[in-house]
Design a protein around this ligand. Structure first.
Ligand SMILES: NC(=O)c1ccc[n+]([C@@H]2O[C@H](COP(=O)([O-])OP(=O)(O)OC[C@H]3O[C@@H](n4cnc5c(N)ncnc54)[C@H](OP(=O)(O)O)[C@@H]3O)[C@@H](O)[C@H]2O)c1
Length: 288
């Protein structure tokens, strides 16, 4: 029975993997978070991995406070970078496969065409730099797959969708930036895609090709478009007003454009990715 170890499983993606795992029989899932497996501690990580002997590790553990990372970059590097090295050092020389989740923030955000995985990276924030560090450590292991995702949301945890739903129910209007373009990712879809890849490889239906892959939902929107759709789908009457990023002070620099080309993951693993609007509707129905 394949043993699949998930780190950071109390977060958005980790929780969605717990939900998805219920549809996958014959696998031994081990869900951990910082209280059971603190990946910043090399000795305990190594010991835990030796004890459980996973065939796969899916790293959902992360430091995701984008603005706070500007004032505590060392903490971001420790969790998003050095801790990834702890995992790959612990599985060195084994056949354990490693799926590591990264971010669109490793790109410079200045393009006007979708980023593919070959575009040179150039993170513009402390968070982005820490995620890039993690990618480098992840790729040192021969069986590693790095999945870059963007604008992640879920019915679990805190995220943009929940903030807009909460504020939209309390306020008459909301200012939302319209000059930052990207694609939302429903963590439930990403969890399903990851498990589709894992089970496909285990059953020899697809070959595991190590390397970097982009994944988000299909489609393109601004945060303003996204918020407008959230309010509309939730049946709220709050007005969403478009504002420029320069009018909306944020500590960390956000990418102006972070749409990702997902051809590689779709072609390699035969994935069909839902449009962001379809997935948003699913999440809002669940939250109601
Ligand atoms: N959220 C987004 O918009 C977004 C966008 C692009 C990419 N991503 C990437 O997608 C992945 C999943 O993100 P997410 O939104 O699911 O993250 P999340 O909700 O913040 O979950 C991360 C989990 O990791 C845990 N964690 C923190 N430090 C740890 C440690 N030392 N050892 C073990 N676990 C630890 C956290 O615990 P605590 O809560 O107790 O700290 C939390 O449960 C991450 O790699 C993230 O960088 C996210």
């Amino acid at each position: 029975m394949a043993v699949i170890l998930i780190t950071g499983s109390n977060g958005q993606l980790g929780n969605e993997l717990k939900v998805v795992s219920e549809n996958f029989y014959g696998y031994d899932f081990i869900f951990t978070d910082v209280d059971t497996l603190d990946i910043t501690n090399y000795d305990s990580t190594s010991e835990y991995i030796k004890k459980t002997q996973p065939d796969w590790i899916i790293n959902c553990a992360a430091y995701t406070l984008v603005d706070k990372a500007e004032s505590e970059p060392d903490k971001a590097i420790l969790i998003n970078g050095i801790a990834v090295n702890n995992i790959t050092e612990a599985i060195k020389g084994t056949e354990c496969r490693f799926i590591h989740v990264s971010s669109d923030y490793v790109y410079d955000g200045k393009s006007n065409v979708p980023y593919n995985e070959n575009v040179a990276v150039n993170p513009q924030s402390a968070y982005g730099r820490s995620k890039l560090e993690g990618e480098k450590y992840a790729l040192r292991h021969h069986g590693s797959m790095v999945i870059r995702t963007s604008w992640l949301y879920s019915s679990f945890g805190n995220n943009f969708v929940k903030t807009i739903l909460r504020s939209g129910a309390e306020k008459e209007s909301l200012n939302v930036v319209f000059d930052q373009t990207g694609t939302p990712t429903y963590a439930a879809d990403l969890a399903e895609a990851i498990m589709g890849i894992v089970s496909g490889v285990i059953r020899n239906q697809v070959a595991m090709n190590a390397g970097i892959y982009n994944y988000s939902n299909e489609g393109v929107c601004s945060w303003f478009d996204f918020a407008t759709e959230i309010i509309r789908e939730a049946g709220l009457s709050c007005k969403v007003l478009p504002v420029l990023s320069k009018e909306f002070k944020q500590i960390a620099q956000r990418p102006t454009y972070s749409v990702m080309d997902k051809s590689k993951i779709k072609e390699n693993y035969g994935l069909i990715i839902p449009h962001w609007r379809t997935s948003l509707l699913k999440c809002i129905k669940l939250l109601k």
